[in-house]
Design a protein around this ligand. Sequence first.
Ligand code: G3I
Length: 375
Amino acid sequence: MKLLTSSLLLAVTGSLIIGCNASKKTTSTTSSIPSLRDAYKKDFLIGTALNNSQIEQRDSAANSLIIHQFSAATPENIMKAQIIHPEWDRYNFDLADKLVDFGKKNDIKITAHTLIWHSQLPNFMRNIKSADSVKMYFENHITTVASRYDGKVYSWDVVNEALNEDGTLRNSIFLQKLGPDYIVEAFRLAQKAAPNTKLYYNDYNIEQPKKRAGAIEIIKKIKAAGVRIDGVGIQGHWNMNDVPLDKVEESIKEFSALGVEVMFTELDLSALPNPRGRNNSADISNTAAYNEAINPYTKEFPDSAQQKLAKGYEDLFKLFLKYKKNVSRVTFWGVDDAQSWLNDFPVRGRTNHALLFDRKLQPKQAFYSLINLKK
Ligand code: G3I
């Protein structure tokens, strides 16, 4: 009762003393705090990215929190080609099957991620030289994986990160061997293999004008070929001190004018200094060196920073709510701060605080700001 009362009080005030008397292993806290999926159920889906441990439900407190808070989920890694298709004619569906069961049981819509991406490709792809073999891989991979999960997952990120920052096509193995029409062909194959699954293009920085123009061209080209594309995912890897609100708003307008759903698919706001200035690439090859000055919050995440993070999320969600007719899902790239890829990117070994739940799975001020927006 005491715990419940204090949680309710915190929900109202958004206070920062949360978590002092709660341990990671108690599940009562997760059910006594408000639910984001409920608060936003009339607006859009609220998603999270799940790692192996979460998909295997190894931590019961994390599991309760996920079920209570999220109406959508994306596998952070396990449906990428390297993992789900490790050898030419061998597939590894175990964890993806588990995820599908988990989603069904808990009414969580799964976005499978991702069919065609230049990164995290299977090792055997490194030895493939001929265009015919790449084409065969491309067709087999899309057809086998997408058809297995048709009607079981809600949606697919069919093509991921095909663009350079200037809006031209990335010089990936697919562009090199299959030519610029490979994106349309990926959607054509996915449409055939997964007629009951929504199909999306997903990329980072496509709120930025040049790259956005490239994404618009891709969407138009797919549609002009008479092929289905249902939506576009703006990943949303930003910094809490530099959220590109104007560009996000322009993007929502321009993408929805094309008749596709707009989603924020990998949202996180880094709380740490960006060693690359305002360069915000999510390309994992784009790393930087460690120094202590760029790792300021190893012991605690102070009040002033909590407030900045909360403000960043609040501004974004006000915008998402303004365009709730066009925005169908907002997915955070992870459940809690310990899981976040941003602890190791673009600099290895930092302590980031980019998400709504801290390392003890306790909701932060940013969480309550988003709950309070719906009061
Ligand atoms: O599975 C191996 C494990 O066997 C090994 O012991 C360990 C040692 O480092 O590495 C493990 O693989 C790591 C994998 O995550 C699973 O934890 C990889 O090194 C690591 O590179 C990989 O990072 C993922 C990254 O994509 C790879 O591209 C991140 O978790 C994941 O959050 C990130 O997600 C991407 C989206 O898919 C696309 N958009 C950008 C986003 C952030 O980079």
